[in-house]
Each structure stands twice: as C-alpha cells, then as structure tokens.
Design a protein around this ligand. Structure first.
Ligand code: FMN
Length: 358
C-alpha cells in the first residue's frame, strides 16, 4: 500500500493520503486560549505541506485543564472565531481538520486558571466528585460540538501521556470507588461516555479519533488492547492513534515481551476503525514501513517541525532525509516557526533544537 493512497474513514470525508500531521503543542496561542497570528501562520504553513489531515495542538476543554501558558482553548465560544479561521485555512488547502481535545488533570497549570483536579487525589490536585467527572464528560462533548460549529471535520480525544483521560484508565492513578473507577469497564466509562456523547451530538459526518499511549502511564498493554478492541467493537471511534514515541518500540511487559508494540493493536479485528501511529518517522521509507506493519496511516511530528512540507518531500523522494538534529534556533525560524514556538521547543525538546548564535 502506498503512502499516497486515499483513506476512507467510517464517517466524514476521505483522507487524500496516509500522512497526517501529529498533534503538537506550540505554546503560542493568546493567554485566553484564542488563536494568535502565530497559530494562524503555523496552520497556513502546514496546510501547504500536503498532509491529508491536520490536527491541532491539544486544546483544553475546561479552563482549569490548561497545561501550557500558550495552549489553545476550546472551552468557550470566545475561541470560536480563531478555530473557525483555522478550520477554513485547512479546508482551503484540501486537507481534513481535527482538533485534539485535552485536559491536563494533575498536570494543569492551576493558579489563575482554577484549581486542578484529578481522578484520585494527587500532589497539588484534589479528587473530582462524581458530578465533576460528569461535568468533564459533558465539557469534552461540548468542545467537540464547538469544533464542529467551527467547521472542523472531527476531533480526537487525547487519551495518552498521563493527562486526565490517560490517568482515568490507569489503576494506579484512578483509585475511585464510584462508577468511574474499579475494573477496566469502570476506568474506561468516562472515555466511552465521551465518545458516545460526541457521536450523538455531532452526527454521522464527524470523525472521532482516540489517542492512546502504549506501555507507560500505569495502564497495562493488555488493558489498552482490550480497550481498543472494545472501541472497535462498539464502532465508537473512526481512528485509533497510537503514540509510542517510536513506531518500532518492542513490548517489555511479560505477556507481550519482544513483540512489536504496534502489532498488538494491528492484529485486532479493527472493523471500520483505522489505526495509525507516530514516533521517529523521519523519511518516506520509514513511513511506508509503518503501513507494511499493518497501520492505515502515519502521523508526522518532529519531521514536520524540521520540514513543514515533509509529505511533499517524501512523495518526491522516499529516502529524503531532513536535517540532522539538533538544528539551530535560526533554522526553525527560517522554516517559519514563531519565536514562541521555538522557545518552547528549546525548553521541552532540547534534542531537537540548540540555541546557536542569536
Ligand atoms: C513539540 C511537540 C509537541 C507535542 N504536543 C503534543 C500534543 O499537544 N498532543 C499530543 O498528543 N502529542 C503531542 N506531541 C507528541 C507527538 O504528537 C508525537 O506523537 C511524537 O512527537 C512522536 O512522533 P515524532 O517522532 O514524529 O515526533 C508533541 C510532540 C512534540 C515534538
């Protein structure tokens, strides 16, 4: 199967190829979460890059879930104008648009944004009441409806990396005794209520994705696999977005030891659900090998930062190799990334960018 083949999802418009832009925090939105000029110019840049789907940075669905000072928000109608502009830039470029829906939970900023909470008490965060879990569910759903009103083709639930949904799945981080805790069914209840609520409120054309981590953050591979299988069985999602940070990761948990992590999910009876992954894909040939391993699509993260038009470059030459990392600050500025974005990368991704001469 070729990277350039279109991909049909169970709902909504077809993707024109198999290369999607991974969700990436840019820390450049306005402090109130509305889109900044830097947000719009980044979207214009990647919209010209040839991705079949462009996903936004994780956008917080509640004020107190904000986890980066420059994180985009999607919890209030004041965010609609910017979101509408982003969706229309993406559509204008012939790509599909998706907003990633996020809540930071215990890792939220707190302070002026409101007190952080978590599924179970943790340092700096109190335990949510059952009513608050239900409110969070409703706010995820409301955020997806807002994305649809803004013209987005879909939304992805951020269930990875230890943020609130990922924590709710973990028996270590979620020790609740109400219906949102306990066995896997209880711990995934919040997620499934969100997924079903979004489908109900957004209708048959809206594309719903789910991002999961693999082998970290306290949820076993067995549970993650069973959860993915259940989502496929219920046709609750259009696509499963696996985030192992390395598409060639090998499982270490005894039950799956030495098996490629992706295979644990690609061997499931996926029905209408599409499966994709991101992690250290830096060339077209590497992206093709992810399809050969059984995935339907590949997401590009760091390759897109180094070369925002990576899909076009990969299409021309599958062995095209981007620059060696770390690149200099000025290099990323010349690619069109904003000062705020590159400053954030310097802080959080020092292997990617070095300060160099300013
Ligand atoms: C700067 C940066 C910001 C990221 N922000 C997010 C995010 O907002 N949401 C998310 O789910 N993943 C985020 N990720 C993870 C990426 O989506 C991706 O899974 C990861 O970078 C591995 O893919 P890559 O090796 O192609 O970069 C981020 C990664 C980077 C490098």
């Amino acid at each position: 199967m070729s990277l350039l083949e279109p991909l049909r999802l169970a709902h909504g418009p077809e993707l024109k190829n198999r290369l999607l832009l991974a969700p990436m925090t840019n820390n450049q939105s306005n402090p109130d979460g509305t889109a900044s000029l830097d947000d719009l110019s980044w979207i214009r840049l990647v919209a010209a890059g040839g991705y079949s789907m462009i996903m936004t940075a994780g956008a917080n669905v509640q004020r107190n879930g904000k986890s980066f000072p420059g994180q985009p928000g999607i919890y209030d109608d004041r965010h609609l104008d910017g979101l509408t502009e982003i969706a229309s830039i993406i559509r204008g470029a012939g790509s599909i648009s998706s907003v990633q829906l996020h809540h930071g939970g215990v890792r939220s900023l707190g302070g002026e944004y409101g007190q952080p909470y978590a599924m179970s008490p943790a340092t700096g965060a109190r335990q949510m009441s059952t009513a608050e879990v239900e409110q969070l569910r409703d706010d995820f759903i409301a955020a997806a409806v807002r994305a649809k009103r803004a013209g987005f083709d879909g939304a992805e639930i951020h269930g990875a990396f230890g943020w609130i949904i990922s924590m709710s799945l973990s028996p270590i981080a979620n020790r609740r005794t109400d219906k949102y805790g306990g066995d896997l069914e209880g711990r995934s209840r919040l997620l499934f209520e969100i997924l079903h609520g979004i489908r109900q409120e957004t209708g048959p054309d809206f594309q719903i994705g789910l991002r999961l981590s693999t082998e970290r953050y306290g949820t076993s591979l067995r549970d993650l696999r069973d959860l993915a299988e259940e989502a496929m069985r219920r046709e609750a999602i259009d696509y499963l977005d696996l985030a192992p940070w390395d598409v060639n990761a090998i499982a270490v948990e005894p039950e799956f030891e030495n098996r490629p992590v992706l295979s644990i999910f690609t061997e499931l009876d996926r029905k209408q659900t599409r499966i994709g992954a991101s992690g250290k894909v830096m060339t077209g040939a590497q992206a093709s090998s992810v399809l050969k391993a059984g995935c339907d699509f590949v997401m590009l993260g760091r390759a897109a930062l180094l070369e925002p038009d990576a899909p076009r470059l990969f299409a021309k030459d599958p062995h095209h190799q981007g620059p060696e990392t770390p690149v200099l600050y000025q290099y990323l500025r010349e690619q069109g990334l904003s000062n705020a974005f590159v400053d954030y990368l310097l802080m959080d991704h020092p292997a990617l960018v070095a300060r160099g001469w300013l």
